[in-house]
Every structure is written in structure tokens, then in C-alpha cells.
Design a protein around this ligand. Structure first.
Ligand code: NAP
Length: 293
């Protein structure tokens, strides 16, 4: 295996990818605002910055784990910035991957679908309902048409212990609310596949190591709603589940998104060895990491 470049290596997914690569192969990780001594600083929206790091590392594989803080809501409010980050930066990274003969890994999303015809296979018709989903889909299409070695992984509801996060994943938000003795609103109208972060990281590395091109759905094996997921977590972790308030209907001001976007990971499972665990196993791993700290 050659050298990996992990962009956004201090985020939820990037940190897990870095941990799994450590000691196994050469890799270099980047941060953006939250400085870390073992990582170098790169802004993926700066073509010059990207050129510099590519020239230095000459990576065999680039995993773009950078994310725009504020997520889907921020993208909807700032479409220009969202396009610069989720489309144009991926185009810059893709061009450099072509130049350096590197594999590019794009982490895409279930939000490319509208959620009306789940479960979804990779070739099912996309129909994004919001700006984030539309930009990810455009980035996917650009990569497929312009980059020789590409791996696109669509995932969703990624969770893991990430105490220094600025954009907390669902279970980190739950943890923080319960710790502060605050109520936590959990929508029972929002269904998805909770995906434990270390499973996703192993899957990304397996696909890259085996130089597998294409689009893959990589998600946990359970399909649950957010309310069920929060309840299960509290029961397992011994947290006060009476603080969870069920939200039964879609709020008027919610950015449109697929409400039932079950992704079928059969293509990945048939080709790869990494196990994609269920929600209970993921919660167990989350709690174990939390207790180890
Ligand atoms: N989490 C999910 O459920 C999920 C689902 C589907 C797809 N994805 C995709 O997976 C990727 C990673 O998501 P995540 O949840 O792991 O992200 P995250 O935890 O929010 O981490 C974001 C990372 O991006 C870095 N970053 C922010 N702005 C940057 C910039 N301008 N240039 C370079 N790096 C920048 C941050 O560095 P600093 O902290 O140092 O600023 C941090 O390392 C994203 O592309 C996201 O769309 C995530």
C-alpha cells in the first residue's frame, strides 16, 4: 500500500481513518482550524494549498474527510460557500489526483435520494431534496467522468465518540444533552441506517487497498428511526431516557431531506470483508470508547 492523504483528519471520519492507517502504511493527515501537531494545515477550497500538499506527499490515495461546519442547514443558507466546498474543492482534488495518478475517495450521502422508494441500490435514480445532496451528487458525477481511479462511498448517520467535535454527530448530541440534564428531541419520523464510524473507516481503507473503483453504499445493517436509536443508546449506556422527547411530525422550518433513506449495502458486502455492524453493536463500541477516555 502506498501513502494516504487524509483531508480533515481531525474530524469524526478522518480521525478514525488515520487511527486505522497508523502503523500499517505511510499516511499524512490535515486539519483546518483546530491545530494538531501531528497534522498539517490545508484549506481544501484553496487550490494553491492543495497543490502544495499534493506536491509534498504525492499520495497514492486521497480520502476527502473534510466537512463544512454547520452541515446541511448551513449549506441551505449559504449555497455559494456550499458549492465552493462540496463541489469545486472536490473538482480541484480530483484534478490533482489525475495529475499525481492518485485514487480519490469521495464520501457521499443518502441525501442524493428523496427517500420515497427505499431501500436504495447504487444505480437507483437519485433525486436530492436539498443543496447539500445536490452538490454531493454533482461531485459524484464529475468524479465518475473525470477521474481514472475513484471510489465513491455513500453513507449516512455516522456516529462515534468524538469529544472535541464542533459539529456533533447524533449520539454525541444526545450524550451532551443528557450530561447537562437537558431534554433531547428525537424525531420518530426520520429513519436511517446508523453507521459506526470505525466500520466506515475500515470499509474505505479496504476499498482503497484493493483499488476498487465505483459507487458503494456503506452503512450499518439496522434501519431505525432517531427516537428508537436514542432510546436504545440510553438504555445501553445507562443514561436517563426520560429526557428524550419524541418528535412525531416534521417541523415547518426543517430543511427538506429524505425521511426514509434505507441504503442497500449488498454490493459492498459481496465484494469486501469489513463487517458493517448493527446499531446495538455500534452503541456498544461507542460506549466502550467513551469509557476508555
Ligand atoms: N457524518 C456523517 O454522518 C456523514 C454522512 C455522509 C457523508 N459524510 C461526509 O463525510 C465527510 C466527513 O464528515 P465528518 O462528519 O467526519 O466531518 P466532521 O467531523 O465535521 O469534520 C470536519 C473536518 O473537516 C475539516 N475542515 C473543515 N473545513 C475545512 C476546509 N475548508 N479545508 C480543509 N478541511 C476542513 C475540519 O478541520 P478543523 O476541525 O481543523 O477545522 C475537520 O477535520 C464530509 O464530506 C461529509 O459530507 C458524513
Amino acid at each position: 500500500m502506498g501513502g494516504f492523504l487524509v483531508l480533515g483528519a481531525n474530524g469524526l471520519i478522518g480521525r478514525s481513518v488515520g487511527r486505522k492507517l497508523e502503523g500499517k502504511c505511510e499516511w499524512l493527515g490535515t486539519y483546518y482550524k483546530r491545530k494538531e501537531p501531528s497534522l498539517i494545515s490545508v484549506d481544501i477550497t484553496s487550490v494553491n494549498g492543495l497543490e502544495e500538499v499534493f506536491g509534498e506527499v504525492k499520495p497514492s490515495c486521497v480520502v476527502n474527510c473534510a466537512n463544512l461546519a454547520g452541515g446541511v442547514d448551513f449549506c441551505e443558507r449559504h449555497p455559494g460557500l456550499a458549492e465552493e466546498f462540496h463541489l469545486e474543492a472536490n473538482i480541484s482534488i480530483g484534478r490533482l489526483c489525475e495529475k499525481y495518478d492518485s485514487r480519490m475517495v469521495l464520501i457521499s450521502t443518502d441525501y442524493v435520494f428523496d427517500g420515497r422508494n427505499a431501500p436504495y441500490k447504487e444505480d437507483d435514480e437519485p433525486n436530492p431534496l436539498n443543496i447539500y445532496g445536490r452538490l454531493k451528487l454533482e461531485a459524484e458525477k464529475w468524479l465518475i467522468n473525470n477521474v481514472s481511479k475513484y471510489t465513491i462511498v455513500r453513507t449516512t448517520n455516522v456516529f462515534g465518540w468524538d469529544p472535541t467535535t464542533v459539529t456533533p454527530n447524533y449520539i454525541m448530541s444526545l450524550y451532551r444533552a443528557i450530561k447537562d440534564n437537558k431534554q433531547f428531541k428525537a424525531p420518530s419520523f426520520l429513519w436511517g441506517n446508523p453507521t459506526y464510524v470505525d466500520d466506515l473507516a475500515s470499509a474505505l481503507i479496504e476499498l482503497c487497498s484493493n483499488e476498487i473503483d465505483g459507487v458503494f453504499h456503506v452503512v450499518g445493517s439496522s434501519f431505525v428511526n432517531r427516537y428508537q436509536w436514542a432510546k436504545k443508546t440510553c438504555r445501553f449506556a445507562g443514561w436517563d431516557e426520560s429526557l428524550i422527547i419524541q418528535m412525531r411530525s416534521v417541523p415547518d422550518n426543517m430543511v427538506p431531506r429524505p425521511l426514509r433513506s434505507n441504503l442497500d449495502a449488498g454490493k459492498f458486502r459481496n465484494l469486501c470483508k469489513t463487517k458493517l455492524t448493527n446499531v446495538e453493536e455500534g452503541i456498544r463500541s461507542f460506549v466502550k470508547s467513551m469509557n476508555e477516555e
